[in-house]
Design a protein around this ligand. Structure first.
Ligand SMILES: Cc1cc2nc3c(=O)[nH]c(=O)nc-3n(C[C@H](O)[C@H](O)[C@H](O)COP(=O)(O)OP(=O)(O)OC[C@H]3O[C@@H](n4cnc5c(N)ncnc54)[C@H](O)[C@@H]3O)c2cc1C
Length: 388
């Protein structure tokens, strides 16, 4: 007995006690951590081995709307952000709903211009800010188990696996910032509603002939019968080209590899000519990933909250994912700093209203395109998705 008591005691003593454990150190997890860390003990854990370090690989998801500037200013980050060398977004053109090209110039936006991010640099910078403000970050760490603490059910007893070693943590709050996986939410048995089957095949490369004086910071969206194309200039003469369609349609299979993607791109004459003018040369970074809209049945409960994509995953057509990650990170930090159920209920109610507004906008965007209404990709968006 004495032996068991001593072992229990030792285990209890080796447990790290914190205020909030954040699962995932993407923009949402970092935004939460950097806002709460000056006041409470925050630990971020991420399964990735530092892939967020600038210079390592490539990450898609680069368009940050102008309104994010205010949010970054609220977090005391705007000045530092503009020093990071992201590309101001001057112009968006679209061929959507008709043959005409529609231009949206940032000059007409009261918030000014948005940005095309060097995404790895942006994510790494947010992590650094969070750490600078006092949060800890464990990489190559995953959640092994969690349960209400036996001695105090107000707390969570968490077991992490960090680079092969077990680490016990006791935390008041658990934050699901694990992105589209919404791991913590799912592990609590909460269902996730998936609204469509959107996937993206993308390739990143370089614009060898781009004249940065007039074509930097330009993006194009272009609908076609099987889905839609997106391309944008990136910092340092970079470029991303992506094709969006549904996972179960034949064109998804065709474009799941780079050669197939580039073949389909060739059949889009206007886009091909534009890319040739920029001297676009595809590089080695190609990806094929999920891009559907999804949301869990619940985003908050007793001593836990979901933020970012874990709380609401956007169709990239909206360019709202990173903004939402920053916003929900900040809002959740505010809710947690109150430590009361009412603040968490307010957070959940706000997420519900964001969700409703998003679905309404999604319907309006897709219904503008009727040229291929009989094609499965567009037919679905005029039917089932729109009744959601
Ligand atoms: C093809 C595509 C294009 C996009 N384009 C844009 C765009 O132009 N503009 C825009 O605003 N948004 C865009 N997005 C969306 C945007 O990337 C996301 O909304 C944003 O990354 C959400 O941030 P997050 O922190 O919630 O999740 P993530 O950025 O996904 O971060 C989640 C983190 O959790 C970690 N993690 C996952 N599982 C575990 C685990 N088990 N344990 C520990 N850690 C874990 C991951 O390693 C990751 O670091 C795009 C998305 C896609 C798919």
């Amino acid at each position: 007995m004495a032996c068991i008591a001593r072992r229990n005691n030792e285990q209890a003593m080796s447990k790290l006690q914190i205020d909030a454990l954040v699962l995932g150190a993407g923009p949402a997890g970092s935004a939460f951590a950097l806002n709460l860390a000056p006041f409470q003990k925050v630990l971020m854990v991420d399964v990735a081995p530092g892939s967020h370090l600038a210079g390592a690989g490539f990450r898609i998801g680069e368009s940050l709307p102008a309104a994010a500037g205010k949010l970054l200013a609220d977090m005391g980050l705007y000045e530092e952000f503009v020093q990071q060398g992201h590309l101001p977004a001057r112009l968006n053109t679209s061929n959507w709903g008709g043959e005409n090209t529609v231009e949206q110039d940032s000059m007409r936006n009261l918030d000014g211009h948005g940005w095309y991010l060097d995404r790895l640099r942006f994510d790494a910078w947010l992590q650094e800010v969070a750490q600078g403000r006092g949060a800890a970050l464990l990489r190559q760490a995953r959640l092994a188990s969690f349960q209400a603490a036996r001695e105090n059910p107000e707390w969570w007893d968490v077991l992490l696996e960090v680079q092969g070693k077990n680490v016990h943590i006791e935390t008041k709050m658990l934050i699901d910032a694990s992105g589209r996986k919404s791991l913590l939410t799912r592990q609590q048995g909460i269902a996730r509603k998936v609204l469509d089957k959107l996937v993206c095949s993308w390739v990143a490369g370089v614009d060898c002939d781009r004249d940065d004086s007039d074509s930097a910071g330009v993006s194009h969206i272009c609908a076609e019968e099987g889905g839609w194309w997106y391309t944008s200039s990136l910092p340092g003469r970079g470029r991303i080209v992506g094709f969006y369609t549904d996972a179960d349609l034949p064109q998804a299979g065709q474009c799941s590899h780079q050669t197939g993607l580039l073949q389909r791109l060739n059949s889009n004459i206007a886009l091909t000519v534009y890319l040739q003018e920029q001297g676009f040369v595809p590089g080695n970074h190609h990806g094929f990933c999920a891009a559907h809209s999804a949301m869990p049945d619940s985003v908050a409960g007793t001593n836990w909250l979901a933020v970012g994509d874990a709380a609401l995953s956007f169709d990239p057509l909206s360019s709202q994912g990173i903004f939402n990650a920053l916003y929900t990170g900040l809002a959740a930090a505010e809710a947690v700093s109150h430590y009361d159920a009412a603040a968490q209920a307010d957070y959940a109610a706000e997420l519900a209203s964001i969700q409703a507004a998003y679905l309404q906008h999604l319907k309006v965007w897709y219904q503008q395109e009727q040229r291929w209404a009989e094609q499965p990709f567009w037919q679905r968006r005029n039917a089932s998705l729109m009744t959601a």
